[in-house]
Design a protein around this ligand. Structure first.
Ligand SMILES: Nc1ncnc2c1ncn2[C@@H]1O[C@H](COP(=O)(O)OP(=O)(O)OP(=O)(O)O)[C@@H](O)[C@H]1O
Ligand SMILES: [Mg+2]
Length: 250
């Protein structure tokens, strides 16, 4: 069984950067990794430095459009499965699948159910699945993963950010997805807010597993539109993520 990690949190806190650096770490282990970009804005390929042209959204649309034209005896599950394998991007050290835009109008229950079944099996091919999600938990239940081992909530150092992490923790009980552990990562931490963050996390009962400093190298790459995947080992964010990965058993 793959260990499933989902990275969530408020908008702009650093979910995609954190996911990217965790994937960077994983490619240096001998684990078989599937990275999933579940944010319809699709930022993960860019920070990883790879190009993805087709998404799960596209193949869902294809199945929806073609469903009535397919011969009655065709095996829709195997058609969808082969389409999914076509869009699975094989990168050195990991595979990547991009969910893309959510569906248009009409009922996609049929395709979604097929997809869920296929994903359940696909997951068995990997040691670790790491999912970059869109901000908030509202869309989480509709997603195709029924269980998550570790929900990693990325927050910025603000009290409001920490409150959001607390709210996410409270919301988890209402989800259709089973979540085993909830961890919090404070990102873009400075010397000024470091202590307060640790205190606030304690007060709110959040399990803080790391504090990633503001990293000039990330800011520079962001400005230049360059990926974060190949940040050097001396990046302060990389160094903290390495420690966090250890705590997550990665
Ligand atoms: N540790 C860091 N140091 C400096 N800049 C950072 C750090 N982490 C993230 N950033 C920057 O903060 C911005 C938001 O990061 P990112 O895109 O990872 O957040 P996100 O939570 O995925 O956002 P969204 O909600 O839009 O998906 C980006 O410009 C990114 O380069
Ligand atoms: Mg993002």
């Amino acid at each position: 069984m793959a260990k499933i990690i989902a990275v969530t949190g408020k908008g702009g806190t650093g979910k995609t950067a954190t996911t990217t650096l965790l994937i960077r770490h994983l490619t240096r282990t001998n684990k078989v990794v599937l990275a999933v970009d579940a944010d319809p804005d699709t930022n993960l390929p860019e920070t990883l430095g790879c190009e993805v042209n087709r998404t799960v959204g596209d193949i869902k649309q294809f199945m929806q459009d073609e469903r009535d034209n397919m011969p009655l005896d065709s095996n829709k599950e195997s058609i969808l499965k082969s389409k999914l394998y076509e869009i699975l991007e094989e990168m050195p050290g990991y595979d990547l699948v991009v969910m893309g835009r959510p569906e248009g109008s009409g009922c996609y229950c049929y395709v979604n159910n097929l997809l869920r079944g296929i994903m359940d099996k696909l997951v068995n091919n990997y040691d670790v699945l790491i999912i970059d999600t869109e901000a908030g938990l509202e869309h989480f239940s509709r997603k195709i993963f029924r269980n998550v081992d570790d929900l990693v909530v990325v927050t910025d150092g603000s009290r409001r950010g920490m409150r959001t992490a607390e709210r996410i923790k409270d919301l988890v009980g209402e989800l259709e997805t089973d979540v085993s552990n909830i961890y919090v990562i404070a990102n873009k931490v400075t010397d000024t807010n470091r202590e307060v963050i640790a205190e606030t996390a304690g007060e709110l009962g959040l399990e803080l597993i790391g504090m990633v400093p503001v990293d000039e190298m990330i800011a520079e790459r962001d400005l230049a539109g360059e990926p974060l995947f190949d940040l050097p080992d001396d990046s302060v964010a990389v160094q903290e993520i390495e420690k966090i990965a250890g705590k997550l058993g990665l």
